[in-house]
Design a protein around this ligand. Structure first.
Ligand code: AMP
Length: 486
């Protein structure tokens, strides 16, 4: 199959050629002809399959005739995260270079004024996260009555993030006569309900079977005894013993992202964190640096890293075993792309064994252990731990534990957060003061950990006091591989 056979016009074919694509990917070959024929489609495809072009290319074609009116966009793409939305916008730049289509990106963390200015001028393509779009709608800045094409991307992730009520509300604001494409890596019942309710005789196109990991990814499992601190020590060793060019380190909770980032940095790693609470500009900057190779390790939550398209990532580290088995596939799919070799290593403590079981059942095989001494070197064991780093780690543990009850789900533009935001003025005093007080209290309790260790102890690499970095916890469990015991 060639792009020329899909029914795309010359300006688009030229842009595709300039992007360096030679042949359509399976999802493109399947989806593009249906979308060009104005059919609704359900695309069951993961990121990395070329699914973005499978809907952006036909959209450019469909929108190439006609003009947008002020505040009345002609098409809408809903994305669960800001990064994904920004990535889709970039795709429009690349593929739409020979067309004069206007687009607007409505995502959190970007000024309303700039976005409104664009909407006022009229946009052909609106790319938005659900929360920000509804904010604009409620302010009367955007009308959805002229939407001809709707794309809901990463629908299962929208579900995970609690966005489905917002998505449904948006769909109800659109004209009944329109074309709809829904993309999802999996098809849970709630998404099926949406497709039944809001799509017209959709055609399902599916590319990779669910739960299959790319064959180009070498997977490995490292069982760790102990908790957060021991895992951090194990991760450092694993990273040092792997030939890492660039990697994403996945955490299940966003608060662990910040702690792990800090810990890795204090141990001399070139790391940066990416999570939903960061300001948009900071997120974009971090991503750009990671893409450019200025940052080696990107510590991220699933939400923040979902669908990020970063070429040639050498490694993925699962600092936590993902709670949902499908997330394992999404995570490790960040490496081993486009036929290149990749590595995905997972740390597993006893309390995450149940998640591991679910993943292995889904994979239909177990993840090979990577505990053999040949597989890794043991440089760090003989290194002097950095007292400050160790103390900081212990302190972070305490603060982390203290903030446990404050944990919120890692969501961008979460509806609940918007509601909270509206109530903020009434309750901000109270809610702001409590966590700080708690943090301070915990810091006070942790003060002794700042006491420097006697020199001989720290040099031995086998810290004995509480301010060590957790290496002492290894060796208590039969699962701990030999290379971590030395
Ligand atoms: P996506 O699944 O949309 O995130 O795309 C994953 C990557 O595949 C992106 O870097 C695209 O630029 C790239 N890509 C998309 N379509 C093609 C194609 N037909 N040939 C080569 N690369 C492609």
């Amino acid at each position: 199959m060639r792009f020329e056979d899909l029914g795309l016009s010359d300006p688009l074919l030229n842009a595709i050629g300039e992007a360096g694509y030679e042949t359509p990917t399976p999802i493109q070959a399947e989806a593009i002809p249906h979308l060009l024929m104005a059919r609704d489609i359900i695309g069951i495809a993961q990121t990395g399959t070329g699914k973005t072009a499978s809907f952006t290319l036909p959209m450019i074609e469909i929108l190439s005739t006609g003009r947008a009116r002020a505040r009345m966009p002609r098409s809408l793409i809903l994305e669960p995260t800001r990064e994904l939305a920004a990535q889709v916008a970039e795709n429009f730049e690349i593929y739409g270079k020979n067309h004069k289509l206007s687009k607007a990106l409505l995502i959190g963390g970007v000024s309303f004024a700039d976005q409104e200015e664009k909407l006022d001028r009229g946009v052909d393509v609106l790319i938005a996260t659900p929360g920000r779009l509804l904010d604009h709608f409620e302010r009367g800045k955007v009308l959805l009555a002229d939407i001809k094409v709707l794309v809901v991307d990463e629908a299962d992730r929208m579900l995970d993030m609690g966005f489905i009520p917002d998505v449904e509300r948006i769909i109800k604001l659109l004209p009944a006569i329109r074309q709809t494409a829904m993309f999802s890596a999996t098809m849970p019942a709630e998404i099926k309900r949406l497709t039944d309710a809001y799509m017209m005789n959709p055609r399902t196109v599916q590319v990779a079977p669910q739960a299959s990991a790319a064959e180009t990814v070498t997977q490995g499992l490292l069982r760790v005894s102990g908790g957060f601190r021991e895992k951090r020590a194990a991760l450092r060793k694993l990273i040092r013993n792997s030939d890492v060019k660039n990697a994403i380190v996945f955490c299940n909770r966003k608060r662990d992202v910040a702690t792990l980032e800090k810990s890795l940095k204090s141990h001399g790693f070139n790391a940066a964190g990416l999570h939903g609470d960061m300001h948009q500009t900071a997120r974009m900057e971090t991503l750009a640096k990671f893409r450019d190779g200025e940052i080696e390790l990107l510590v991220a939550s699933d939400v923040a890293a979902r669908g990020l398209d970063i070429a040639n990532m050498s490694h993925v580290f699962n600092f936590d075993v993902p709670m949902h088995a499908e997330d394992y596939i999404h995570r490790i799919g960040r490496t081993g792309r486009a036929g290149k070799e990749g590595h995905a290593y997972t740390l597993c403590t006893r309390d995450h064994a149940k998640f591991l079981g679910a993943i292995e059942r889904m994979l239909g095989k177990s993840i090979p252990p990577i505990g053999s001494p040949e597989a890794v070197r043991t440089d760090e064991d003989t290194e002097t731990p950095d007292n400050d780093a160790a103390a900081a780690d212990v302190q972070e543990d305490a603060v982390t534990e203290a903030s446990e009850e404050r944990e919120t789900k890692d969501k961008d533009d979460a509806p609940r957060r918007r509601r909270r935001g509206r109530r903020k003025s009434e309750s901000s005093k109270e809610s702001n003061s409590k966590p700080d007080a708690k943090k301070k209290e915990v810091r006070e309790q942790c003060k002794p950990v700042r006491t420097p260790r006697p020199k001989d102890e720290s040099r031995s690499g086998k810290p004995k006091s509480d301010d060590d970095d957790g290496d002492s916890a290894f060796g208590k469990d039969e699962h701990t591989p030999a290379f971590l015991l030395r």
